[in-house]
Design a protein around this ligand. Structure first.
Ligand SMILES: Cc1cc2nc3c(=O)[nH]c(=O)nc-3n(C[C@H](O)[C@H](O)[C@H](O)COP(=O)(O)OP(=O)(O)OC[C@H]3O[C@@H](n4cnc5c(N)ncnc54)[C@H](O)[C@@H]3O)c2cc1C
Length: 421
């Protein structure tokens, strides 16, 4: 490797930010290309739930999930919505999505791959954040799963057994232990599972923006532009094409989140990437909330105390990437919040609430694409992180830097190949 090799990173979301951090550590010259403000509302990295969930090793679907789909779709408070006009185009992806989790053998295979990406991730984030002067944004109180009862937890037992196989440990909390840990929580929740190895981020947008600023302070360049393609000559990358001109480079990283699909195609790989659109609502100066970021298994929402206030995030909406948001989905989240923390006022002043819609860049099998492009080995895929892009960004950045410097990747990249589809 020539230590002056110039790597152009396309996209300044959390994947681009972590990649920039690690490429600089590896001695590379780094340029970031991004048309918007890093970590702002356009990025999924802005509004996620902040979970550094190193135990998120299961794909989003489960065996038999298709049986629940009609019920979820019929329930206006349900976690899943489909824009019917988009359904025919989404159908091949949806079929693969359900098929990838159709039995526990497939799920266990996914869990092994995801665990290799996620093990130790909260510590890697803490280290990266500390180095960038952002240590205050990372919290290591663990993450909590709240269940209505132990019986409800038992319905999830297979998932927890798979986590156990991957070396994940947790503490089970009965009703009184749960109430002691979370005094504001609705008492109908009588069973909790606390995963101590995990953590959370108190402001994912600021974390992303801060990592980019840190990269710039270390000599990285920032070009406000949209990447449109590549100039490849005799198999070698010459430059990244943008709407403001060409940027000459030796390597490039595709980290454009949901917008990566076309760039991946231009690099020789057809990847089935879809938006799993999600929403959040944030209540400023909340009267109540969790001490530990909490996932509610029955409602499929996550509630996290953030710098901006109390954030409730969730929902999966299958719709065209640029279709208008359906803000009723955010309103649903807000309603969940009122039910979960009874001390929150039901008649909240709208001025105290902000809402957001973001696009998870999702592959049907729940695994990201990390690896070399088939059309040019100078181009690196780093997108498709779906529900786990924040937590998995730390190791993804390391892998990107290893690929960019021709070092042996620290984990097997076979499960993450963009050529697997
Ligand atoms: C509601 C919700 C909750 C979530 N909760 C969690 C969670 O708790 N924990 C977790 O780990 N994950 C969570 N996620 C997932 C996580 O947010 C994403 O996986 C992650 O943010 C993806 O990061 P990214 O950098 O790939 O994409 P993005 O953050 O979307 O960034 C991509 C960037 O690329 C730029 N870009 C696009 N096209 C181009 C181009 N042509 N040229 C240059 N730049 C371009 C975009 O402007 C954008 O800034 C959640 C997601 C949602 C929606």
């Amino acid at each position: 490797m020539n230590r002056k090799d110039h790597v152009v990173i396309i996209g300044a979301g959390i994947i681009g930010a972590a990649s920039a951090y690690q490429c600089l550590n590896a001695g590379l010259r780094v340029t970031l290309i991004e048309p918007e403000r890093p970590g702002d509302q356009q990025a999924a990295s802005f509004g996620n739930a902040g979970w550094l969930s190193s135990h998120s090793v299961l794909p989003p679907a489960t065996p038999g999930a298709w049986k629940s789909v009609p019920k979820w779709l019929a329930d206006p408070l349900g976690p899943l919505a489909i824009r019917w006009k988009y359904f025919p185009r989404a159908l091949p992806w949806l079929t693969r999505y359900l098929s990838a989790a159709s039995n526990y053998t497939k799920i266990e295979r996914t869990a092994v791959a995801l665990r290799s990406l996620l093990a130790g991730a909260p510590g890697l984030h803490q280290e990266m954040a500390n180095q960038a002067g952002l240590g205050h944004l990372i919290v290591r109180t663990g993450l909590l799963h709240a269940y209505l009862s132990k019986d409800h937890f038992k319905q999830d037992e297979k998932a927890w057994k798979i986590r156990k196989k991957e070396g994940i440990e947790w503490q089970e909390l009965d009703a009184s232990a749960l109430a002691a840990l979370e005094p504001d929580l609705d008492r109908r929740y009588t069973f909790g599972v606390l995963v101590p190895e995990t953590g959370s981020c108190r402001n994912p947008g600021a974390y992303t923006a801060g990592l980019i600023e840190h990269a710039l302070s270390r000599g990285a360049q920032f070009i406000r532009a949209r990447a449109t393609g590549f100039r490849i000559e005799r198999g070698q990358l010459k430059s990244v094409l943008t709407d403001v001109g060409e940027v000459t480079c030796d390597k490039s990283v595709i980290a454009g989140g949901i917008r990566s699909k076309e760039l991946a195609r231009l690099a020789g790989d057809r990847v089935p990437l879809e938006s799993e659109r999600g929403y959040h609502a944030v209540i400023q100066s909340p009267e109540a909330g969790p001490r530990t970021p909490t996932m509610f298994a029955d409602r499929k929402v996550i509630v996290t105390s953030m710098e901006q206030g109390l954030r409730v995030a969730g929902q999966v909406e299958i719709a065209e990437t640029d279709d208008v948001p359906d803000w009723r989905r955010a309103e649903i989240l807000r309603k969940h919040l009122a039910a979960l923390y009874p001390k929150l006022p039901t008649n909240l002043d709208d001025a105290r609430v902000t809402i957001w819609m973001g696009r998870r860049p999702s592959t049907p099998d729940g695994l990201p694409c990390i690896g070399l492009a088939s059309g040019c080995a100078d181009i690196i895929h780093a997108y498709g992180h779906g529900h786990i892009g924040l937590v998995s960004s730390a190791r993804t950045g390391r892998l990107v830097a290893q690929l960019a410097t021709h070092a042996t990747p620290e984990i097997s990249l076979a499960p993450f190949s963009a050529q697997r589809f």
